[in-house]
Design a protein around this ligand. Structure first.
Ligand code: GLA
Length: 482
């Protein structure tokens, strides 16, 4: 890391050079604004928007990337490791302080309405999935957990993003992360990347979704050139070199999915939680103390395959009514609503427990297999990884039921030319990721254009690169100095 980057941070004066470097590595970098290329022209347009709105120039810009998850879907909120990489699509937010105490927000895209409120009195309306809610989450997160003394300074902000929204590439979390980073920077707070990741995972829950921490963790911890194995409780991130010769192609199914707008996502979180509590009760543990399948596994000291056997012995592969669940837990519906369910899942009357828990344990196992194969550098690595991706897709489709017919079509179309393909992100629409041999990438993309995108009227006139692209692992969040 460049010393000039470190010098612009608020360092204690008495630390040794060595410690300084270590601390510096641990903080989101502050770097010069790119002087040329695509990012530079995006920044120029953002500055223009900023100037036309606020009649002044921004003081700095915060950047946070989106991500594609290679394997490990719907396991982070159960406490299990995931395997994402950051992509080069991102959120940029240009910022200046104001003396009015207001948070003023504009977006370069007119379809996103402007917003303004008292920065010290932020209210997040969970019932409306407004774009600016994610900025408010970031502001609130730093206010609650960033260690700020006194009031927050007012901010004028302009936002620009090129991560397609509702596409499973984590545009919302990138907006939360960029906002939190910006607020922390204004207030001179030295928050480590790990702490940012955890604060942002928690504060994004203000919109009502009970997400795990994957998206926020990779947005801060990503490094260019490698995907990351991210473990939780405690947060730990390990760079993993992907096998030589593999390219990852992301294809948008064009079916939008906004996880904050429906209860699908939270319903899955609750199904896993209920399964966990019933299994805990079955072995005589105090079930209310268990929220995550991963915690239960640790306490039981069983392997993932053993947990799968435990699931099969505990549940049938069918939906359980709320009344049955209460009976199994020896509790009342009121108690279940209070101790287990989230606000937007209390109305749900049936929950699938066997299939959801089987997915989680088998997917958690695939993540470690994926890492093992990457590290092994074996000759069959590409084929073996592709097979795991395919199994992962089948499990999300059949056991977790979070796929979408268009995602399944893309995955099926990928069978002939890719090594493996799967939905990525929450699912129910959004994107698929395929692993292909580098030399086959172009032919593969042409195949998808011919068989899928040419039949999609909504692609007409759009840049095909915005729905079908390859990305190398890109670096994590940073501040661009102006
Ligand atoms: C969303 C959530 C993540 C994770 C994925 C599914 O992206 O934000 O925490 O649960 O879905 O793997």
């Amino acid at each position: 890391m460049m010393p000039e980057i470190c010098n612009s941070l608020p360092w204690p004066t008495d630390v040794s050079g060595l410690l300084k470097t270590k601390m510096c590595d641990n903080l989101p970098p502050i770097q010069a604004r790119p002087a040329e290329g695509f990012q530079s022209s995006r920044l120029n347009s953002l500055v223009e928007k900023f100037a036309s709105e606020y009649s002044s120039n921004p003081q700095f810009c915060a950047r946070a990337p989106g991500r594609v998850n290679l394997i490990g879907e719907h396991v982070d909120y159960c406490g299990y490791a995931v395997f994402p990489m950051a992509i080069d699509l991102d959120i940029l937010i240009a910022v200046e302080t104001n003396i009015t105490g207001k948070l003023n927000l504009v977006n370069v895209e007119d379809k996103y309405p402007s917003f303004s409120c008292d920065i010290n009195n932020v209210e997040i309306d969970k019932s409306c999935p407004n774009w600016f809610n994610y900025v408010l989450c970031g502001v609130q997160g730093i206010k609650e957990e960033g260690g700020i003394q006194g009031l927050l300074t007012g901010l004028n902000i302009a936002v620009s993003g090129n991560i397609p929204p509702s596409s499973g590439l984590s545009s919302s979390s990138a907006l939360v992360c960029a906002s939190a980073l910006a607020v922390a920077h204004v207030h001179n707070l030295s928050i480590s990347k790990d702490d940012f990741a955890e604060i942002c995972a928690r504060c994004e829950r203000h919109v009502g979704t009970q997400g795990g921490g994957m998206d926020q963790a990779i947005s801060f911890l990503a490094t260019s050139g490698s995907a990351r194995l991210i473990e939780f409780n405690p947060l730990k991130s390990t760079p993993v070199t992907l096998p030589h010769g593999a390219a990852f192609v992301v294809a948008n199914s064009l079916a939008p999915m906004n996880k904050a707008a429906t209860s699908h996502y939270n319903c899955r979180v609750m199904e896993c939680r209920i399964a966990c509590q019933i299994m805990a009760k079955k072995v005589g543990l105090a079930w209310k103390e268990y929220q995550r399948l991963g915690e239960l596994q640790k306490v039981l000291g069983k392997s993932l395959p053993e947990m799968m056997t435990f699931v099969s012995r505990t549940f049938e592969s069918r939906p359980y009514t709320k009344a049955e669940i209460c009976e199994l837990l020896s509790t009342t519906e009121e108690e279940l609503d209070k101790c287990t369910l989230s606000e937007n899942t209390r109305h749900i009357q049936e929950f699938k427990l066997h299939d959801r828990a089987q997915h989680v344990f088998s997917e958690a196992h695939r993540v470690w297999e994926f890492k093992r194969i990457c590290d092994s550098k074996s000759e069959s690595a590409l084929q073996d990884l592709g097979k795991l991706m395919q199994e992962s897709h089948n499990s999300t489709k059949l056991l977790y039921e979070c796929s979408h017919p268009k995602l399944d079509t893309l995955v099926d179309l990928s069978k002939s030319l890719s090594l493996g393909a799967r939905l990525t992100g929450a699912g129910w629409g959004g994107c698929m990721v395929a692993m292909v041999k580098e030399e086959d990438a172009e032919e593969y993309k042409q195949h998808l254009i011919k068989e899928f995108y040419s039949k999609e009227p909504s692609v007409n006139g759009k840049e095909i690169n915005s729905v079908l692209f390859s990305s190398l692992p890109s670096p994590g969040a940073c501040i661009y100095r102006f």
